[in-house]
Design a protein around this ligand. Structure first.
Ligand code: ADP
Ligand code: ZN
Length: 612
């Protein structure tokens, strides 16, 4: 056990340096192990406060801590934030000039440095030897799942970190990650060669996340714009499956007056890092990205993650959605999904050249993902159960938990029309044209040919949105399937026997909603995650809050750091409410440590006075 005074000191540092009142979740347990000098693996959800688990012991144990981090952006963010609270930290990476590196190393050698951030490949050079000659307090491996081939962020350089064990005998090593399946976990322990490690695995619950999922229907991009607009002026991420998808969405958002950027692997490295930098520095920017954007995006005030296309697996979903609301304030995850996404994903796996058993795992994961989206189990509850948690309570806020208890609606009649139209059109027509055909609309010559079929126009009583739901349901059900060209699939009837049972009325299609009354979804009224909702302030306090935010934007710009590095929204809101009249009173606000109180007390006092 670490000594009592050490834990007391940890608590004192939490308050004095960071301005936080109490440890969160497993933080104290992890810190206690590291203080004791023990190796440990901590699996904490995103936003769980992993960095404090090594930063605080680094401030208590003698010597300098080494933090291995996979991305320069991640390192520089943390180093910026640490400097703001008066901790002596630097990063050593290839982008720094020789003198700055030498200076940082010399300072560490003299015992004047608390933390040094390094990249795994940086450690591959002579650096490790040099560091081994110093007094090292602990080694932290951030994003430790990068070591595992099972994870989605595998980095070969991480594999070499096992040798830290020999290079730094007796120095405690702490691995932290938010990816928790047992295979990855075992891989981390084995690859990093942790000695008798303490294992800390937190719950996967993210109580501040409100989740929902909805079928795509037509007009996916328009729907995304509508959703983003309803969330007015906050930072968010929109994930799309393709490069073109990210650009389409970004353009549509820009046209709607919402600042947005596209991000994907097809852009130059410089463009990408510039866009990522802007996303961190500016407020209210929406990043439209492929999964190339993600790791290293430790922006705490991302208020929503929208999947314009579904993710690959539930693990990926949780990781991606988890980028919203790291600051613990309300945030949303909204996913759009459709049967063709599922079909495409399955067929890519089938066609891929992975070994059979890997394919089987992937196919199962795809089906589980779509069962989750299409299912009617509490969203957060379903994810937690998927990750092996037991006794999970429904969240009470997701789209499933808040849905009106619906009766089932019989849509068999519409299903029969749809399936016979598919047959009449020779199983050669795509979904969009089938709907037009059923509604009796001709678009071009091709449809005119088909307009002689008896199914032409039989479904004109059902609005397009209704037909979208019917086709979704039939495709998920397997009554219909997509065939032919992967990108422009035609709809087919895979099982003639099932179709005949449908026509005879032996098989039915029941839906949760009355498709005849189906309309385009309204934008959700009030977003749970606007800056104002975070603050929840009265009108007068709201004005002060806005003034403080303006001040924060200016200060951040002047210092060249992201606004949240100065103060979080929550901290500004508390200042607006409490109106602390002295530096001491300011220190009482959560998120205000000693250094920031000194540095900003005057500014804050002035803004409060001006607002009074
Ligand atoms: P993770 O790396 O686990 O996603 P971070 O270490 O970036 O999380 O922490 C997420 C946010 O929570 C940060 O803004 C951090 O300042 C804040 N935080 C961490 N620990 C606490 C705590 N004990 N009390 C209040 N806020 C905390
Ligand atoms: Zn729920």
């Amino acid at each position: 056990m670490p000594t009592r005074p050490q834990l007391d000191e940890a608590r004192a540092i939490l308050q004095r340096v960071y301005g936080f009142k109490a440890f969160r979740g497993l933080q104290e347990d992890v810190i206690s192990d590291v203080l004791e000098g023990r190796d440990a693996l901590a699996v904490l959800p995103t936003g769980g406060g992993k960095s404090l688990c090594y930063q605080i012991p680094a401030l208590i144990r003698p010597g300098c801590a080494i933090v291995v981090s996979p991305l320069i952006a991640l390192m520089s963010d943390q180093v910026d934030a640490l400097k703001q609270v008066g901790v002596r930290a630097e990063r050593l990476d290839s982008s720094m000039d020789f003198n700055a590196r030498t200076e940082a190393l010399n300072a560490a050698q003299r015992g004047e440095m608390d933390l040094l951030y390094v990249s795994p490949e940086g450690l591959g050079t002579g650096l490790a030897q040099r560091l081994a000659g110093m007094d090292v307090s602990l080694i932290a491996v951030d994003e430790a799942h990068c070591v595992s081939q099972w994870g989605h962020d595998f980095r070969p350089d991480y594999r070499a970190l096992g040798r830290l064990r020999e290079l730094f005998p007796g120095v405690p090593r702490l691995a932290v990650t938010a990816t928790a399946d047992t295979r990855t976990r075992d891989d981390i322990l084995a690859q990093l060669q942790l000695t008798d490690p303490a294992l800390h695995v937190a719950s996967f619950d993210r109580p501040n996340l409100t989740l929902s999922a909805e079928p795509k229907g037509g007009g996916r991009t328009a729907r995304v714009v509508q959703l983003v607009k309803a969330r007015g002026g906050v930072s968010g991420i929109v994930y799309a499956a393709t490069r073109k998808g990210t650009e389409d969405v970004a353009e549509a958002l820009e046209r709607a007056g919402i600042p947005a950027l596209a991000y994907h692997a097809g852009l130059d490295a410089e463009v990408r890092s510039e866009r990522q930098r802007r996303f961190l520095l500016e407020e209210g920017l929406v990043m439209c990205a492929t999964v190339a954007f993600g790791m290293g995006v430790d922006k705490p005030d991302v208020r929503f993650v929208i999947h314009a296309d579904p993710p690959k697996t539930l693990e990926a979903y949780w990781q991606e959605v988890g980028r919203a609301g790291r600051d613990g304030e309300p945030a949303e995850g909204i996913a759009l999904y459709g049967p063709s996404d599922m079909a495409r994903s399955l067929s890519w796996t089938h066609q891929g050249d992975a070994p059979e058993e890997v394919k089987r795992v992937q196919l199962t994961k795809t089906r589980q993902l779509f069962a989750f989206f299409n299912g009617d189990e509490c969203r957060r509850g379903a994810v937690r159960r998927y990750f092996g948690e037991e006794k999970v309570e429904p969240c009470g806020v997701c789209d499933v938990c808040t849905a009106e208890p619906g009766q089932a609606h019989d849509a068999t009649r519409w299903a029969q029309m749809a399936v016979s139209a598919v047959i009449r059109c020779g199983q050669k027509v795509g979904r969009g044209r089938l709907v037009l055909h059923l509604m009796g609309t001709t678009k071009d010559g091709f449809d005119e040919q088909l307009s002689t079929q008896s199914t032409f126009g039989v479904g004109k009583d059902l609005p397009k949105a209704g037909w979208d739901r019917v086709f979704d349901a039939l495709l998920f059900d397997g009554m219909l399937a997509e065939g032919g060209d992967l990108m422009r699939p035609s709809i087919i009837v895979p099982d003639g026997e099932a179709a005949r049972a449908l026509f005879r009325g032996e098989r039915t299609l029941m839906l949760r909603e009355d498709v005849a009354a189906a309309r385009k979804k309204p934008a959700k009224g009030r977003s749970v995650a606007s800056a104002a909702a975070v603050a929840d302030l009265s009108g007068r306090d709201q004005d002060l809050f806005d003034a403080l935010r303006t001040w924060r934007t200016d200060t951040a710009k002047a210092r060249g750091v992201p606004p949240y590095v100065i103060f979080h929204d929550r901290t500004l809101a508390e200042i607006a409410r409490e109106r602390p009249g002295s530096p001491d009173a300011l220190r009482q606000i959560s998120g205000v440590g000693e250094k920031k109180a000194q540095r900003y007390a005057e500014d804050v006092a002035r803004i409060i006075a001006e607002a009074a």
